[in-house]
Ligand binder design. Structure first.
Ligand code: CP
Length: 335
């Protein structure tokens, strides 16, 4: 492993006196520890809403949100929809493949037409890195990035952080290793920014073909053997091999990848207890074996559960809600 530098976002990020977010959430890069912590803390009171029999609070009553998805999604899209509905927002889902985008309309014109119908927020997934920021700079509605190309997936990283905090009691000082296809991963980039901001030590591990050149400049260590990563880390975030983006033989074969890099019960048995995360969707038997995914160290479904609360928190905060008033807002009080 190569050492992470002493300087980085973790050391200078805790200065924001008022942890408000800006107009949009397009990434975790540049957010302070106070801002990230305030999102995680705001998610706490919202967890309880999803455990109620009637899962609805009036926090976003009257707000209109468009979910604009240019790529397939199960967890993120449905989690945002649940979060919006449980906060009483009016929501519309727009699949790009069934819209006038297929007739040549550009993204900004599409968004401006939606705005002409008086919307408040856009949640967007897009295959191009930077698309969320591009849109956010061109429309007055608030924009939440639900994953853009290889750039960032901020709400995924936030739910990962919340899940680690739930299980290990905090983030600062922990060692977290992101294992697998880091090259194509927006989840990895957002996790690196968020974990470093909160004071974790971060490393990546994978075949050299799937690690971006210069990744250590982000302030992370690099392991070349998964056994070393397992020895070092308190928690592993195991990434999906993004086979749809691999046209050039990045790995010899899926079987070979599993043999060298896969997280198996046999490998886990050689080290003390480790927390295992995976953002999904999983390739079982490739980057993670089923007995690990479904085993005692796995918190993969906790991540999914936390995703709804984290997205409720982000929607609430971007709509102008104050972190300290989230509990009261659930009952219809001031935000
Ligand atoms: N983790 C994640 O982004 O999953 P989906 O692609 O199913 O939304």
């Amino acid at each position: 492993m190569t050492a992470a530098p002493e300087t980085g976002p973790a050391r200078d990020a805790d200065s924001a006196a008022t942890p408000r977010l800006g107009k949009d959430l397009t990434g975790l890069e540049g957010l302070s520890a106070a801002q990230i912590t305030s999102i995680l803390d705001t998610a706490e009171p919202f967890k309880e809403v999803s455990r109620r029999r009637i899962k609805k609070v009036p926090v976003l009553r009257g707000q209109t949100i468009v979910n604009l998805f240019f790529e397939p999604s199960t967890r993120t899209r449905i989690s945002f929809e649940f979060a919006e509905k449980r906060l009483s927002a009016d929501t519309v889902h727009m699949a790009a493949s069934a819209s006038s985008l297929t007739k040549g309309e550009n993204l900004v014109d599409t968004a401006r037409n939606l705005e002409a119908m008086q919307i408040d927020m856009v949640v967007m997934r897009h295959p191009v890195s930077g698309a969320a920021r591009f849109l956010a700079e061109r429309i007055p509605s608030k924009v939440i990035n639900a994953g853009d190309g290889r750039h960032e997936h901020p709400t995924q990283a936030l739910l990962d952080l919340l899940t680690i905090r739930d299980h290990l009691g905090g983030i600062a000082g922990l060692r977290v290793c992101i294992v697998g296809d880091v090259l194509h991963s927006r989840v990895a980039r957002s996790n690196i920014h968020g974990l470093l901001a909160l004071g974790a030590e971060v490393a990546v591990c994978g075949p050299p073909t799937l690690l971006p050149i210069g990744i250590s400049e982000m302030g992370v260590g690099v392991f070349t053997r998964v056994e070393e990563a397992l020895e070092w880390a308190d928690a592993l975030n195991v990434l999906r091999l993004q086979l749809e983006r691999m046209k050039h033989g990045y790995v010899p074969s899926l079987r070979e990848y599993n043999r060298i890099w896969g997280i198996s019960a046999a490998r886990l048995a050689r080290v003390p207890s480790r927390l295992i995360l995976h953002p999904g969707p999983m390739n079982r038997g490739v980057e993670i074996d089923s007995d690990v995914a479904d085993g005692p160290h796995s918190v993969i479904l906790d991540q999914v559960t936390n995703g709804v609360a984290v997205r409720m928190a982000v929607l609430y905060l971007l709509s102008g809600g104050r972190p300290d008033l989230a509990e009261a807002a659930k009952g219809g009080g001031a935000k």
